[in-house]
Design a protein around this ligand. Sequence first.
Ligand code: HEC
Ligand code: HEC
Ligand code: HEC
Ligand code: HEC
Ligand code: HEC
Ligand code: HEC
Ligand code: HEC
Ligand code: HEC
Ligand code: HEC
Ligand code: HEC
Ligand code: HEC
Length: 416
Amino acid sequence: MIRATLRATALALMLGLAAAAGAKETGRKAADPNEKCLDCHAEAEPGDKSAAGKPVKVEPESFLKSMHGQAKVACVECHADEGVRKYPHKSPQPAQCSSCHETAVKDYAATAHGMARKGGNGVAATCSNCHGTHDIKPAADEASLVNRAHIESTCAACHGSEALVKQGKMPGGNVAALYHDSIHGRLLRSEGKAKDRVPVCTDCHGSHDMRPKKDPESAVSRANIPDTCGTCHAKVKKVWAGGQHGKMRASHVMTAPGCTDCHGAHTISDPKAPQWQVAVIRECGGCHTDYIKTYRDTYHGQVTDLGFTVVATCASCHGAHDMLPKSNPLSKVSDERILSTCQACHPKANANFVKFQPHANKHSKESGLILYYTTKFMQILLAGVFAFFGLHTVLWLYRGLAEVRRRRGEVNQEKH
Ligand code: HEC
Ligand code: HEC
Ligand code: HEC
Ligand code: HEC
Ligand code: HEC
Ligand code: HEC
Ligand code: HEC
Ligand code: HEC
Ligand code: HEC
Ligand code: HEC
Ligand code: HEC
């Protein structure tokens, strides 16, 4: 079918499709400039493919309903190169957007995707991966690919495809699957009020200002993460900023944790979930290596190590966002506040009770000679007991084997 139309229209096309535009100027009733293109493309058969292997059928109705159809944008304004104006098309170039969306095109060039494309990464998102081609709708329209309701799936088309993640060398792997299971992702699918307020990918990353995380200007660079989360979690951010971690960050100590060191970025869990509260102890311990060692020696530390949270985690004694050095009277472990901190769980605690040292180092004399020598004694006792019984077992085994051999000998002799 398309081949027949082809021959019929080929001649007209040779004369140039610009004739339609010319008609406008001379005041004659303008023909729809898209008519010529659609004559063929509305009729295209599944076998007719573009150089990229895509079917070339264009649905006129669907295009008319798009923003560009509504705005009467001509096919040739996007497909602006000479190659498509005539048929047969000669080495057609990709559609262009810059003649009308100069800012968007310029901004895109500086995004993670724009730069990756320029660097030869053929998988990185282009305008049409995020917006579509002939069906572009305003973002506010439910049907738009960049509508809040579809952002997750639009990004997941690549960041959630194991094959494309590999092919496009996308950092972080399948981040879409992680986000999907995070508290934000789960609330997005819920029926509660939070569903309209939780972040989708572009709320944290931006869209036309999306930078790789290693770019200092990125919304998700190490320095900017607290501000990005803080746009919605302003109260928590304020508390964090007043704690030692936030204060250190304010004085550019970048080793102090921002939000994602403890919560993760795409793996954020419900902070009330016991599994998470136990897991976060390891995050604290990753930086405060000495304190986790001594904590693990205590009853609290051993019980949480088994996965239970009824006892004190690091955050129960120090706070989650407002931890401060002991010397600061506002610290939950300062002399002024320690009693009330322990009393939250040990209602009968008194001044004597809080003398207990949660970080006593039993391997160091500085934490008290009694503890040190008791620990040493217990270690020696334990080693002694093991050594004694170890030796005992070896000798017993030796003796047992000798006995077996002796009996076998006797049996053999009897046979002869
Ligand atoms: C005579 C029929 C015919 C007309 C008229 C026609 N096309 Fe095509 N077009 C085709 C066919 C067939 C293909 C499939 C690839 C090929 O054979 O070149 C195609 C392919 C294309 C492609 C894909 C190119 C690629 O490989 O990436 C674009 C874009 C395109 N046409 C745009 C247009 C536009 C815009 C117009 C109007 C100015 C137009 N075509 C007019 C028949 C036509
Ligand atoms: C808003 C810009 C825009 C307009 C207007 C537009 N196109 Fe496209 N078209 C695109 C984009 C983007 C692609 C994807 C491939 C590329 O980047 O070249 C595309 C692809 C195509 C293809 C190749 C098939 C495919 O899906 O890759 C054909 C054929 C085509 N267009 C025909 C038309 C015809 C016919 C019209 C007019 C009715 C038209 N286009 C109007 C932007 C546009
Ligand atoms: C990674 C996905 C992505 C890519 C790539 C992308 N956009 Fe967007 N674009 C969005 C999102 C999301 C919005 C709407 C929300 C917003 O304003 O942040 C948007 C909004 C727009 C808007 C309307 C708002 C405005 O700024 O005028 C236009 C026009 C636009 N994009 C054009 C483009 C063009 C042209 C390109 C390619 C040069 C492009 N976009 C590339 C995601 C993308
Ligand atoms: C000939 C000019 C022209 C070209 C070329 C063009 N557009 Fe548009 N575009 C428009 C007009 C006009 C509108 C609707 C006007 C408005 O902003 O309300 C629009 C709207 C849009 C919107 C929706 C903006 C919103 O408000 O949400 C997006 C997204 C968009 N274009 C993307 C593209 C992409 C991607 C390309 C290239 C493939 C492209 N446009 C090429 C003129 C153009
Ligand atoms: C709550 C905010 C938030 C949301 C929502 C979010 N991200 Fe992220 N994303 C981040 C932060 C923060 C980082 C930097 C992580 C880091 O430094 O380890 C990041 C990193 C990334 C990276 C780089 C991964 C790496 O480890 O280098 C990609 C790719 C990414 N995000 C894509 C996405 C996609 C796709 C979505 C939606 C499915 C999404 N993000 C949703 C905050 C978010
Ligand atoms: C067409 C496939 C595709 C789509 C769709 C896509 N991306 Fe990407 N994205 C990539 C590729 C490929 C890279 C790797 C670029 C590179 O080499 O650094 C990337 C990189 C990124 C990065 C930079 C990671 C870093 O820190 O280095 C972020 C953030 C990101 N994408 C977020 C998104 C978000 C959010 C969306 C949806 C709005 C999205 N992407 C849609 C393919 C895609
Ligand atoms: C667009 C706003 C927005 C952004 C940005 C955002 N969040 Fe959220 N977050 C929410 C909403 C809404 C909830 C649901 C609970 C609520 O209503 O406060 C939530 C829930 C949470 C929860 C669970 C809290 C609870 O009470 O169950 C944590 C933890 C969390 N976010 C951490 C983060 C971190 C870390 C970042 C930055 C990487 C971040 N959020 C970025 C809006 C946001
Ligand atoms: C040092 C680790 C750590 C850092 C850094 C951290 N959090 Fe938390 N966060 C926690 C812990 C632990 C909890 C659980 C508190 C509890 O027991 O209820 C929590 C709870 C939360 C909650 C839910 C409860 C509440 O207080 O509303 C939100 C929301 C939250 N964090 C967001 C953030 C944001 C935003 C940042 C960055 C400004 C941040 N967190 C930095 C460890 C941390
Ligand atoms: C990414 C590393 C990191 C993580 C994770 C981390 N911290 Fe810190 N923390 C620091 C740094 C750096 C300081 C500042 C040390 C200083 O003041 O010189 C600090 C300071 C503190 C202080 C104040 C005492 C002091 O030495 O200044 C306490 C208490 C504390 N952290 C407890 C915690 C707890 C509890 C957690 C887990 C909920 C945690 N930290 C997670 C790096 C970390
Ligand atoms: C039962 C309550 C309790 C628990 C649980 C606890 N701590 Fe402490 N922590 C204290 C007290 C009390 C001090 C001050 C006395 C000291 O240094 O021994 C302290 C001191 C600290 C300091 C030094 C503060 C300073 O001012 O120098 C850091 C850092 C710290 N703890 C981190 C942790 C980490 C990390 C965990 C979890 C692995 C943890 N703590 C678990 C009560 C606790
Ligand atoms: C989040 C609750 C919680 C907080 C806060 C807490 N503890 Fe505990 N602690 C427990 C639980 C539960 C047990 C085990 C049951 C018991 O013995 O009461 C325990 C056990 C202990 C034990 C061992 C008791 C024994 O019988 O062997 C000591 C010592 C102790 N806590 C001291 C403290 C001190 C000192 C503080 C304050 C710095 C403190 N705890 C803060 C919950 C907590």
